[in-house]
Every structure is written in structure tokens, then in C-alpha cells.
Ligand binder design. Structure first.
Ligand code: F6R
Length: 240
């Protein structure tokens, strides 16, 4: 693991955007694995600025997102589909047909998970996977568990994740309790992984990701077994 310690959220966002931009420049046909949440918002903002100054071109880029809430349709302003359009897709020249996000409104969960795994396979796997991390160490929505997950699957979100996500919803009751998420195995198959973390609430999870035992109780710890992981984290996230 290569760990870059940066001062704060702004520096993390700039560094992460530079790494993603390098990937796009080196391979304009890249398959990017994308994350949502607060952590990558600044990264996407920086990427949009680079696009506006003609430094990068998304026209051949393909994307697969990590996860989506079950039960939310594309038009819901809390869906990750909505988030991606708001923060990245609508600002750059990516072809929407080249973007992929699990369909939260799918009637048949198992079929949707299989469909999503097939998409990743047909794209030839992920070149660069961007990850945030939950306070409990989740990556994607792979929550602490007895075993590591494999492919895309339906997840029952833990109370700690529901509480953490409540800030995006009007009331706690509105926070979805289930999601579709890429599995740990799918994430580990990405050729390169970029994990981002900012703030004190991530310090314990980041400490255990880097130093702790490799255990499904701390899902991000599996990244220790990947041979090309870059962590960009700020001083608070690395404070332990
Ligand atoms: C989002 C995702 C999650 C988040 C994590 C951190 O697509 O897969 O693992 O990265 O919950 O969320 P934030 O960045 O909001 O702290």
C-alpha cells in the first residue's frame, strides 16, 4: 500500500483528482470504478475543473459505480444515480450509455446483481477503483460480516451506516435499509485501487485498514492483499 498523507479535505481532493486524471490521460478508454458519498465530492469537482480547462477527455471512459440504495429510482434525489449526474456526469463529455450503476428499482434483486457482474466482466474489469470508507470499515456497502463477499449482492445496511447516511435525508425513517453493492472480490479484481479518507471519524477504520488483521469484520483490511493500492488520507484520518 502506498499512503499519501495530505493536510485536509481540499488537498485530498486535489491529489485524488490528479491520480484519476493521470489514469484518464494514460488510458483514455479506462474503466473507472466510482464511489459516492461526501468523500469524493471534492475530487469530482476538481475533475470537472480539469475537464473545463481541456486537460482531460471522458468521451471514451466507461464507469461502474460501487453501489446503489435498494428501492430508490433513478429520479430520487437521494439515489446514487442522481448523485453521479449532479457531481460528475452532467458536467463532462462522458457518454451516459458508458456509465453503469446498479438499478435500485429492479424488481428481481438476484437478476440485477447478475446483470451488474456481467457488465463488469464484459467491460474487461476495472482499471481504477475509487473507494471511500465507512466509519465501520465498509467499502462499497460491504459491511462487517463473518465472510468476505464476492460479486454484486444485496446488503442489509448496519445501524451505524444508516445513522451515518441519515445526514443526507430529511428523516431517519427515509434512509434505505438495503442496498446493492459490488462485492469485495469484484473490488479486489480492480487493477488499481484509490482509497480516500478525510476526517477524524475515519481514523479508526484507516488505522485498521493499514495495520489491522485482515478480517471481514473490517472489510477494508482485505486491501492489504492487493498489490496496487494508493491511500490518500488527510492528517485527521491518519491521526491514529
Ligand atoms: C459510496 C460507498 C460507501 C462510502 C462510505 C463513506 O458509494 O460505497 O462505501 O464511500 O460510506 O461515505 P462518506 O464519503 O459519505 O463518508
Amino acid at each position: 500500500m502506498k499512503v499519501y498523507k495530505v493536510k485536509n479535505y481540499e488537498e485530498m481532493s486535489k491529489k485524488a483528482a490528479n491520480i484519476i486524471a493521470s489514469q484518464i490521460i494514460l488510458n483514455p478508454n479506462s474503466v473507472l470504478g466510482l464511489a459516492t458519498g461526501s468523500t469524493p465530492e471534492g475530487t469530482y469537482k476538481n475533475l470537472v475543473q480539469m475537464y473545463n480547462s481541456a486537460d482531460i477527455d471522458f468521451s471514451q471512459i466507461k464507469t461502474v459505480n460501487l453501489d446503489e440504495y435498494k428501492g430508490l429510482s433513478k429520479d430520487s434525489d437521494q439515489s446514487y444515480y442522481y448523485y453521479m449526474n449532479k457531481h460528475l456526469f452532467s458536467h463532462v463529455n462522458i457518454k451516459i450509455s458508458n456509465t453503469n450503476i446498479p438499478d435500485g428499482s429492479a424488481q428481481n434483486g438476484q437478476e440485477e446483481c447478475e446483470r451488474y457482474d456481467n457488465i463488469i466482466d464484459e467491460l474487461g474489469g476495472i482499471d481504477l477503483q475509487i473507494l471511500g470508507i465507512g466509519n465501520n470499515g465498509h467499502i462499497g456497502f460491504n459491511e462487517p460480516d463473518e465472510v468476505f463477499s464476492k460479486g454484486t449482492h444485496e446488503v442489509k445496511l448496519t445501524q451505524s451506516t444508516i445513522d451515518a447516511n441519515a445526514r443526507f435525508f430529511k428523516t431517519k425513517d427515509e434512509v434505505p435499509k438495503f442496498a446493492y453493492s459490488m462485492g469485495a472480490k469484484s473490488i479486489m479484481k480492480a487493477r488499481k485501487i484509490l482509497l480516500l479518507a478525510s476526517g477524524k471519524s475515519k481514523a479508526d477504520a484507516i488505522f485498521k485498514t493499514i495495520n489491522g488483521p485482515i478480517t471481514p469484520q473490517m472489510p477494508a483490511s482485505i486491501l492489504q492483499l492487493h498489490n496496487d493500492v494508493i491511500i490518500v488520507a488527510d492528517e485527521e484520518a491518519l491521526s491514529l
